[in-house]
Design a protein around this ligand. Structure first.
Ligand SMILES: [Zn+2]
Length: 458
């Protein structure tokens, strides 16, 4: 039979490492790459040209929202996960067995990309042409990301059956091998391992990682820690997700979601994160609303910290994106001041708690004076200083800021670190108004802007 190679990396050192730097005796080798927590994401640019690469149109409940080449590659990556992906089903070659890594590493599916991306954008895609017997290659494995390309010359098959037609090459199997390179592994001489440098047959056997592959992964990322958060189930009630498992932190959890639609920015593969999430029942349950930008895919729980052991296993969740958030609007009114007709509220960012990026802004103020923003859940219109009070009691005063020389002031509203007693939750409406000194105007020596009405979303 004809042996077809699977190339490791474009770097020459990749080959040298096999010959010169065997680690742990004559077994797995590493390419000195190591993916940090910010590089767990992977995406697929589905530009595969062979009809057989996208002829699987049957959805798999363990891989919601994807079919074809994307589904095949998703399966390949989760095979390296710390524990079974859901119930482990989805691959006829290893029924109930997907998710075999056992290390502090879990890949984070982020859907489809809109292009092949750069060499560190973590995207799988086809590349035109051929290179001898090489199926595919992985570029620049390292802490800052990777890119995997599959040569167009081959008749790629998306399975899912493990019985391929003559001449077809198994995309899932080859993807499992190449993703091993992205994780920091090089070729092993151990027969039957996914990280062997050449394969005999169609690549289906490479779908399942073996003991030597697991040893290599554990060498790089460490055995899955006893403290690693674990997801064992999810329940979805349209836009509310309940996650069950263990080792969730009491406070400060992050829940990661797959992005609902490809980002317009090819380079952006980051998960949609809902931050500052509480757990209940002794760290075994989390309930939250699905963020608007999240979609079907995998969910994760990340507890505070920076180690690989702080991120849970991947669990499939067929979530529907939450409702879009209403943009903030100006309400109430301002009054003339010593520099003009009055001060007006503005903003940048938005009111998704999961994004936590709203900056309160106010313009038309007297320059170089002190000002602060007032926050409250009810609106009013009452005389105040030289103007009007728009935020009713009870209200909260945010930290004092100095107005710049143009008469503008801004305050990034960190919803995770608000003044004592001030808690902003999804579904609530909050009003913000700027109060400022204006000695030059006389009278009460102070004034206030109009108000910004904000509606908060998960
Ligand atoms: Zn290889």
């Amino acid at each position: 039979m004809k042996a077809l190679r699977l190339l490791s990396t474009l770097a020459v050192v990749g080959v040298a490492a096999v010959l010169l730097l065997p680690m742990r005796g004559a077994a797995f080798t590493t390419n000195s790459g190591f993916l940090g927590l910010g590089q767990r994401d992977f995406r697929v640019f589905d530009n595969f040209t062979a009809p057989t690469a996208n002829d699987n149109v049957t959805p798999d409940p363990n891989f919601p929202g994807s079919t074809g080449a994307t589904l095949a590659i998703w399966k390949a990556c989760v095979e390296w996960g710390s524990r079974l992906h859901g119930n482990g089903d989805g691959d006829p070659h290893q029924v109930g067995g997907l998710g075999s890594g056992g290390a502090n590493f879990d890949a984070c599916f982020q859907g489809e990309a809109t292009g092949v991306g750069g060499t560190d954008d973590n995207i799988h895609s086809e590349i035109s042409g051929s290179l001898g017997g090489v199926y595919a290659f992985t570029e620049v494995p390292g802490t800052d990301g990777w890119r995997i390309r599959y040569y167009q010359t081959w008749t790629w098959s998306d399975g899912p059956s493990d019985l391929l037609q003559p001449g077809e090459v198994d995309l899932q199997g080859v993807a499992t091998h190449e993703y091993g390179h992205a994780l920091g592994l090089d070729h092993t001489p151990i027969a039957g391992s996914t990280m062997q440098g050449s394969i005999i047959g169609n690549g289906v056997a490479q779908r399942s990682i073996e003991a030597d592959d697991v040893n290599g992964l554990v060498f790089v990322y460490g055995t899955a820690a006893a403290t690693k958060p674990v997801i064992t189930g999810v329940a979805i009630a349209p836009s509310v997700l309940t996650i069950t498992g263990s080792n969730f932190a009491a406070t400060g959890n992050e829940v990661w979601f797959t992005r609902a639609t490809p980002s317009a920015t090819v380079a952006l593969g980051d998960p949609i994160k809902f931050i500052g999430v509480l757990s209940t029942a002794g760290g075994t349950q989390i309930t939250l609303s699905v963020p608007p930008l999240a979609g079907p895919g995998d969910v994760f729980v990340k507890v505070p910290g920076t180690a690989g052991s702080t991120l849970s296993n991947a669990w499939p969740a067929d979530v529907a994106a939450g409702a879009a958030c209403v943009a903030p609007v100006n309400v109430c009114q301002s009054a003339p001041n010593s520099v003009g007709l009055g001060a007006h509220m503005g903003f940048s960012g938005g009111t998704y708690l999961s994004q936590n990026n709203l900056t309160l802004r106010c313009s038309g103020l007297r320059p170089d004076v002190n000002a602060f923003f007032l926050a409250g859940q009810a609106a009013t219109l009452a005389p105040f200083g030289n103007g009007f009070l728009c935020v009713a009691s009870p209200s909260f005063q945010l930290p004092v800021r100095t107005v710049d020389f143009l008469g503008n002031v801004a305050y990034p509203l960190n919803t995770q670190a608000l003044p004592p007693g001030l808690v902003i939750q999804g579904g609530q409406t909050w009003y913000f108004q700027c109060v400022y000194r204006d000695v030059a105007a006389g009278g009460a020596l102070c004034n206030a802007s109009d108000a910004l009405q904000t509606t908060w979303c998960p």
